[in-house]
Each structure stands twice: as structure tokens, then as C-alpha cells.
Design a protein. Structure first.
Ligand code: FRU
Length: 326
């Protein structure tokens, strides 16, 4: 339980259109609803950097108790995060980082390790020479830069592994369709495609299928969401060769935010664990996540039952007061 009376958390989410971010928000809301004194307001920056800056400005002028932010890109969001810190408002950065360490804490998986994990899958299958395509996330957002860094750290040591091309994406599959189609038509089927997330990985598979290269290219993605459209199912369906789990950290973000407000010692980097999901463990992972979702659903319904009881109590109490007055 938090020690402060009323706690106001302002969260600026990069955007809301994809399931990964929806699941992050959901986990935050469930976690926040466990504390009756916590108000969480989530703003959707809609992938617009100026809008995200404006939202953060608003949180500063509203003097929220703590700001949580998932920066669309690192550089343009860095000064406003510093401004919040200078105004005495702690800032917890989630998933994507700003350019310097001028924030209270970070929570998210190690994206360099995510890239290395993808590379290790390829390395463990190298016999003769191999050709690889990398599909990057939005330039200037830290997971794209770090996933690429980790991927190259390992693969560049293997002369037998050649890069057939790098595609600049923006995290959504529409951004890669044309350039990947053009590249694959030139190179023919490569051995591996590493896409920085599952949405682009699925897009890559669709293009490979259109070109009749389906089944010849092994595709690796990132995120590993559970659910019918998630990466785990794509691995089970054989669309993806593997996906690297990238947890959203929604629940952890709220827990850490409250620790910061309670003046507990919090590490600057709170690193969530990541792992490879492939055909060997996809079933187990799906079962585990489904159990967690079930429990989360149970908690949600218990919380709304408690809220209904509270409302009933207050309205009965009010009726009682009215009766006493008359
Ligand atoms: C969701 C997303 C994920 C990716 C993450 C990186 O918006 O694109 O697919 O792993 O952002 O920040």
C-alpha cells in the first residue's frame, strides 16, 4: 500500500493502436486499481512527438506526483523529461529510453540482449554461408537502435553470415511492404529475416508468400504476445521461426512508480527478462500466459465487485442520513 494520501500518476503512452501497447495499458490499469488512493491518467500521444511533448508539459503544469513515459523517439523527448525532473517531478521511463540518464528510473527489457538472442538463433544454424535481412523499427527509438546493435555484435563476428540488406521500418508492416518486396525480388529467398517486432515479421511473411518464397525463409520477430494475433500463435502456426519475448512491464511500472513515491531505493535500470519462444516452448508459454490472464481477469472482476459494494454502501449511508435529518 502507498503511504501518501492521494497519488496522481500521469502516463504518456507513445500510441495506442497496437495490442502490445494496449496490453501494457491494461496491466497498468489493473495494477493501479489495486490501490484506492492512486489515480492513473493515460494520454495517447498518437505517434506524434509534438503531442507527446505537449502531454508531458501538461503533466508538469498539473504537478502530477510522478510521470511515466514511453518516448516515441529518444532525442526530441529528452529535454522535456529533464524539465519535469528539474521541476521536482520524478520520471519513470518505460520500454523506450531518452538520450541521457536524466530520469529517475527505467523499466523494460534489455533490447541489446533481444538483438543478441535473435542473432544466436541464426548462429546456431550456420553451416555454410547464410544470408540475412534485418528489418528495423523506427529510427531514433531506442529499442530499434539497441536491437540492431545486439544483432550486429554477434553476427558481424561470423564471416559466413552475410547481410543481404537492411530495411528501415517504423514498427508497422505497411512501412516495409514495398522495400522488402523490391529487395527480395532482387536477392531471391534469403535464409533469415530478423524483424524488430512481430507485426513487421508477419508483414515480411506475407510478402514472402506473395513472392512464392514462403517456407524458404525463416523469420524471427520480437514481442511474443499471447492471444490469437500474437507472436506466440504465429510461432505455433509456423509463420515465424521464433519470437523474442519483450514484456510490456505495465504492472512493474506502477509498482516501481509507487516505490519511488514512497522514497524507497529503486535501481535506475529495472530490467525485465526476455527469452526465445520457438516451436519447442510456444505451447508452454501460451499456457503460462493464459493462466496469468485468467488470474488478471479474476482480479479485475473482484475489484469491480468491491467498487459496486462501496457504491451501495455510500448510497445506503446517504439514505440513512436523509432519514435521520427528517
Ligand atoms: C509497440 C512496439 C512493439 C515493440 C515496441 C518497441 O508499439 O512497436 O512492437 O516491441 O513498440 O518500443
Amino acid at each position: 500500500q502507498t503511504e501518501k494520501e492521494e497519488v496522481r500518476i500521469g502516463f504518456s503512452q507513445a500510441m495506442l493502436n497496437d495490442e502490445w501497447r494496449q496490453s501494457m495499458n491494461n496491466a497498468m490499469e489493473v495494477q493501479a486499481s489495486l490501490y484506492s488512493n492512486v489515480t492513473l491518467s493515460i494520454s495517447n500521444a498518437n505517434y506524434n512527438v509534438q503531442q507527446q511533448i505537449a502531454q508531458l508539459k501538461e503533466f508538469i503544469s498539473d504537478t502530477v506526483d510522478i510521470i511515466i513515459v514511453s518516448p516515441i523517439q529518444s532525442k526530441p523527448i529528452t529535454p522535456i523529461v529533464e524539465e519535469a525532473m528539474n521541476a521536482g517531478i520524478p520520471v519513470l521511463v518505460v520500454d523506450r529510453k531518452t538520450d541521457n540518464q536524466k530520469y529517475t528510473a527505467y523499466v523494460g527489457a534489455d533490447n541489446i540482449e533481444v538483438g543478441r538472442n535473435a542473432a544466436k538463433i541464426i548462429v546456431s544454424n550456420v553451416q555454410d554461408s547464410l544470408r540475412v535481412i534485418e528489418i528495423r523499427g523506427l529510427a531514433g527509438s531506442s529499442p530499434a537502435d539497441e536491437r540492431s546493435l545486439g544483432f550486429h555484435q554477434i553476427l558481424d563476428k561470423f564471416p559466413k553470415i552475410k547481410f543481404a540488406g537492411t530495411i528501415e521500418g517504423d514498427w508497422e508492416k505497411e512501412s516495409i511492404t514495398e522495400s522488402l518486396r523490391e529487395l527480395l525480388s532482387r536477392t531471391g529467398p534469403v535464409d533469415y529475416i530478423f524483424a524488430h517486432n512481430d507485426r513487421m515479421a508477419k508483414g515480411a511473411w506475407e510478402i514472402a508468400r506473395n513472392l512464392g518464397m514462403e517456407g524458404q525463409i525463416k523469420i524471427i520477430g520480437v514481442d511474443g504476445l499471447n492471444g490469437p494475433n500474437g507472436g506466440i500463435q504465429l510461432v505455433k502456426d509456423g509463420v515465424l521461426n521464433a519470437t523474442i519475448l519483450y514484456p510490456t512491464g505495465g504492472a512493474e511500472a506502477i509498482k516501481i512508480a509507487l516505490k519511488i513515491l514512497n522514497a524507497e531505493v529503486v535501481p535506475t535500470n529495472n530490467i525485465l527478462s526476455t527469452t526465445v519462444i520457438d516451436q519447442f516452448n510456444a505451447d508452454i508459454m501460451q499456457n503460462q500466459f493464459s493462466k496469468i490472464n485468467e488470474q488478471q481477469g479474476l482480479i479485475e472482476s473482484q475489484i469491480s465487485a468491491i467498487k459496486r459494494q462501496e457504491q451501495l454502501y455510500y448510497s445506503q449511508n446517504n439514505i440513512l442520513k436523509i432519514i435521520i435529518i427528517f
